[in-house]
Design a protein around this ligand. Structure first.
Ligand code: SF4
Ligand code: SF4
Length: 115
């Protein structure tokens, strides 16, 4: 997830009405961004994140996470999803990689132990 809503939110609901993916969630007066739904607006008709652009607190409460790699990966993942048209690209890649890695480890251990 690249963006999060901080405690400076004034609960105006504007972000909820402009988000193209329905990622803004509201619990009581608390607003938060569902990382499973937020695409950072990548792949939509917009060129900037709509929640951040429209927020009336003037850059006050929708912030990019401080974690550079988390933010980088979220954007990269969105692009990969769009290019491959597969929502679970990384899960499948990781499953395949883990399986192959495990097979190689077992083979290597077998060679060391002579079995
Ligand atoms: S960045 Fe875009 S997709 Fe993500 S919560 Fe904001 S408006 Fe929605
Ligand atoms: S637009 Fe900004 S102030 Fe309004 S609900 Fe969303 S995060 Fe809060």
């Amino acid at each position: 997830m690249a963006y999060k809503i901080t405690s400076q939110c004034i609960s105006c609901n504007l972000c909820d009405s402009v988000c193209p993916t329905g990622a803004i969630k509201v619990e009581g007066t608390r607003h938060w961004i569902d990382p499973e739904l937020c695409t950072n607006c990548v792949g939509s008709i917009y060129t900037v994140p709509q929640c951040k652009a429209g927020c009336p607190t003037c850059d006050g409460c929708i912030k990019e996470t401080n974690d550079y790699w988390e933010s980088w990966f979220a954007k990269y993942n969105c692009v990969i999803r769009k290019l491959t048209k597969k929502q679970d690209y990384w899960e499948r890649w990781f499953d395949c990689y883990s399986k192959k890695f495990s097979e190689q480890m077992q083979k290597h251990q077998g060679e060391i132990l002579g079995v």
